[in-house]
Design a protein around this ligand. Structure first.
Ligand SMILES: Cc1cc2nc3c(=O)[nH]c(=O)nc-3n(C[C@H](O)[C@H](O)[C@H](O)COP(=O)(O)OP(=O)(O)OC[C@H]3O[C@@H](n4cnc5c(N)ncnc54)[C@H](O)[C@@H]3O)c2cc1C
Length: 474
């Protein structure tokens, strides 16, 4: 695969601060055939938590991870476990009735509390922090005020603050106390260890290429063998199955993060409501050292220049924190659902043998535990929590988002047409995505081929980095 010449910024996006410590030995890939009660596809936070809860419920469980645990979004988050989530609640309320938005907050509250208990019991360090949604522009101010109203509607104990600890001018901020931040890789390792202690089997370097019904159960085919099971839980974050067409109800959002050795670090966790989103928190790195972590510059994967976005984030850091030294730069993506709410449950209505979890919209640290609790209740025969309706797949609420889904898919169709026209008219040699044939674009910041349709990404050697694609480039 020839990579076009494009200016790559220095430093380019590579590994997050969490990967500074040595990683454990990899788990062996699947070999041949195996049989379990449940096969969980995806070794991110969702997959590992579902595996842990189902094993605790007495099921034999295997986790199949395409790369390594932590290689996906969970190992690349900014690690804030907060119920105040930028302007998320305004978005949820625009597309759903207040009762559903309240149920979403309740789900997060339960997930957040469950995770805090888990961290306490498994020695995962948790730092209690206040969270803010702040504004530096007039538009941001209107959005922050909207979020204040939305948060109050959903029962969050927020306050309005005219000032903030941030070392630049803030027009106003919503504040929520008692939230927390953590190291997501330490968390993933602890969940994995707890799952192993319950008898869960893990295979890394094992990519699912398909799931089919067989008899009363399913067979998951991978590039390394196959697993038969009563139930498959597809927790691949990116919507890897064509069945259920979740890829048509989600938008892959890529964003960037960095750590800086700076004169100033925040006590709270801050996210701007401005059109140009900026996130700030502190992070402990090494003995006694505290770094400033920043994030932002999000965009739909494969659309617009990743290099430019990353430059913009680092440029903002350079002017806002003069003299700060960049230590780590990385990027990741998560799926934004058209109605603002996650999808957790059967892949198609009534098919309980294949379950999916996706659409956590950059806030999975509190919703992943809720999603796992919901799936475990349904697969182990427990009663569904009242907040489950805000997370369930195929819920009536989705009808309200049909218009937005149509707009998102019209844009996908337009990108597809433009890509192919460019390929023919300019004899462009860009490869095609094996998912649905989108024309890939070169991402110079991360040296990858990215699909502007549904967010699949490939290394310069053609290997799959992120789905929905499950096959490498030819
Ligand atoms: C930049 C950024 C910052 C974020 N910060 C925060 C934050 O501060 N707080 C917060 O709450 N949330 C945050 N999030 C969101 C949060 O990280 C995610 O919602 C959450 O980690 C998703 O977990 P997951 O298990 O669904 O996905 P992942 O962690 O991506 O796990 C999915 C796994 O499936 C594997 N996989 C994919 N395809 C296959 C296949 N075919 N076969 C087998 N395995 C496969 C992948 O390799 C991956 O390991 C952030 C997201 C981004 C992008």
């Amino acid at each position: 695969m020839d990579a076009p010449n494009e200016f790559a910024p220095r430093p380019s996006a590579s590994a997050p601060v969490w990967f500074d410590r040595p990683r454990l030995e990899p788990f062996p890939p699947l070999a041949g055939r195996a049989s379990y009660d449940v096969v969980v596809v995806g070794g991110g936070l969702c997959g590992l938590l579902v595996a842990l809860l189902l094993a605790r419920g007495g099921r034999s469980v295997v986790v199949l991870e395409a790369r390594r645990i932590g290689a996906g979004t969970s190992g690349h988050t900014t690690g804030k476990v907060s119920l105040l989530q930028g302007t998320k609640l305004s978005r949820v309320l625009r597309r759903n009735p207040p009762s559903v938005a309240r149920a979403y907050v309740e789900a997060g509250r339960e997930g957040q509390a469950w995770l805090r208990r888990f961290c306490h019991e498994h020695d995962v360090a948790v730092e209690t922090r206040h969270a803010t949604t702040y504004a530096t522009t007039r538009v941001g101010l209107l959005r922050a005020e909207g979020e204040l109203a939305a948060a109050r509607t959903t029962g969050l104990g927020v306050r309005w603050k005219r000032s903030s600890e941030l070392p630049f001018r803030v027009l106003g901020a919503v504040r929520l106390d008692g939230q927390y931040q953590l190291d997501p890789l330490q968390l993933l390792d602890a969940v994995r260890d707890a799952a192993l202690a319950e008898g869960v089997v893990v295979h890394e370097d094992t990519r699912m290429v398909g799931v089919e019904h067989r008899g009363d159960g399913v067979v998951v085919r991978t590039d390394a063998g196959e697993v038969t099971a009563g139930t498959a839980v597809v927790a691949t974050n990116q919507p890897t199955l064509l069945r259920g067409a979740f890829f048509a109800r989600l938008q892959p959002q890529r964003s960037y993060a960095a750590t800086l050795a700076a004169d100033w670090t925040p006590r709270g966790m801050h996210l701007s409501a401005d059109l140009q989103t900026r996130s700030l928190r502190s992070v402990r790195a090494g003995v006694g050292e505290e770094l400033l972590m920043i994030g932002g510059s999000g965009h739909v994967t494969g659309r617009g220049s990743a290099t430019e976005r990353l430059d913009r984030l680092l440029g903002w850091a350079a002017t806002t924190f003069p003299g700060a030294q960049v230590r780590h730069v990385w990027s990741a993506q998560d799926q934004s659902p058209v109605d603002g709410l996650p999808y957790v449950g059967p892949v198609v209505p009534g098919d309980h043998r294949i379950q999916v979890v996706t659409g956590l919209d950059k806030w999975g640290l509190s919703t992943a535990p809720a999603a796992a609790l919901l799936l475990a209740a349904s697969l182990l025969g427990g009663s569904e929590p009242a907040w489950g309706r805000a997370l369930r797949t195929w819920a009536p609420r989705e009808v309200l988002a049909a218009g937005r889904a149509a707009v998102v898919n019209a844009e996908v169709g337009w990108r597809m047409a433009c890509g192919h026209a460019r390929r023919v008219l300019r004899a462009d040699k860009a490869p095609l995505c094996p998912h649905l044939g989108g024309v890939l674009v070169w991402n110079g910041a991360e040296e990858s081929w990215d699909c502007p349709l549904h967010g699949s990404r490939f290394g310069s050697d053609g290997a799959v980095l992120e789905g929905p694609a499950t096959r490498a480039l030819e």
